[in-house]
Write a protein of this length. Structure first.
Length: 291
């Protein structure tokens, strides 16, 4: 009998396919391992929120509560005005996101498209402010807001957002520079003004970048602890970041209610990022296409 002829290319293809399969298995194994590592604190948070106080402090600890105690979530609203904290945070975060998107997009478009003397110089000055620690300006800014009579109000938490953010301005500028100029030139020929070009052409094309700025601004404002701590004195005006601290008593820590409150604070962030992650990643990726 004649021996079968082995095709070297077929052997190489099988070896390459096997190598790719092994690489893919290793990559998925690493991703699963790191995912478990990063999600474990969140699982522990939710688990503790469903435990009784005795279970929460039991050693050695257990991941699954037995039995499930949903009373901690009810107790959150009984111990502190948690609903008021939620409304305060929504108000502050909503205006902060709005101000950040509006101001940063306008300034970013100006740096990307409007030519003027010293434009690059002022852009470098803007970027240099990112290297300035916030602790340096904390006292002067507090004195300004104090003289304006804004202490113990939401204004110091909201108004700065309407003056732009250096990082978001840089991010949007990079995205705007990637938009073809021919689209704007065509609109100008048709009689569109500069603001009309920005509003009718640039903004609709920049939804991924604007959504990215909105998500990052939302996360920063929702989790902000230091700024409300400095400017808010009345408990009725506390945000969620400050309100959670009320569960930390002078004599004991109420672990169940605190973890339940923390879970409710984190949940909106998880949901927003989960449903908007596609646009978020797209906005970050496209912002670096053109320098």
């Amino acid at each position: 009998m004649e021996k079968a002829i082995i095709n070297p290319n077929m052997k190489t293809h099988k070896s390459y396919k096997k190598s790719r399969t092994i690489d893919r298995i290793m990559i998925y194994a690493l991703l699963i391992g790191f995912s478990i590592l990063f999600i474990l604190p969140f699982i522990w948070l939710v688990s503790t929120s469903l435990k009784t106080e005795s279970q929460a402090i039991t050693y050695p600890p257990s991941i699954l509560p037995s039995p499930f105690d949903w009373g901690n979530y009810k107790e959150v609203f009984e111990l502190v005005p948690f609903l008021r904290f939620y409304m305060n945070t929504i108000i502050v975060t909503g205006f902060t996101v709005l101000g950040t998107i509006v101001s940063s997009s306008i300034v970013g478009y100006a740096f990307a498209r409007i030519k003027g003397r010293g434009r690059n110089f002022w852009f470098v000055i803007l970027l240099s402010t990112m290297m300035l620690p916030p602790q340096v300006t904390m006292i002067p800014v507090y004195l300004i807001f104090s003289n304006l009579g804004w202490v113990n109000t939401f204004l110091p938490l909201i108004i700065p957002a309407f003056f732009g953010n250096a990082f978001f301005i840089f991010l949007l500028r990079q995205f705007f520079k990637a938009i073809p100029k021919e689209l704007e030139e065509s609109a100008i020929i048709d009689g569109c003004s500069t603001f009309g070009v920005f509003w009718r052409i640039v903004v609709p094309l920049s939804k991924p970048a604007l959504l990215t700025v909105g998500i990052l601004s939302f996360m920063g404002s929702w989790n902000d602890f230091l700024t409300p701590l400095i400017y808010l004195n009345d408990t009725s005006k506390y945000t969620l970041a400050l309100g959670i601290q009320l569960f930390n008593g002078q004599l004991n820590m109420q672990w169940g209610p605190m973890m339940a409150a923390s879970t409710m604070v984190i949940l909106p962030l998880v949901l927003i990022f989960f449903f908007a992650q596609k646009h978020f990643i797209e906005g970050i990726a496209l912002s670096g296409i053109k320098g």
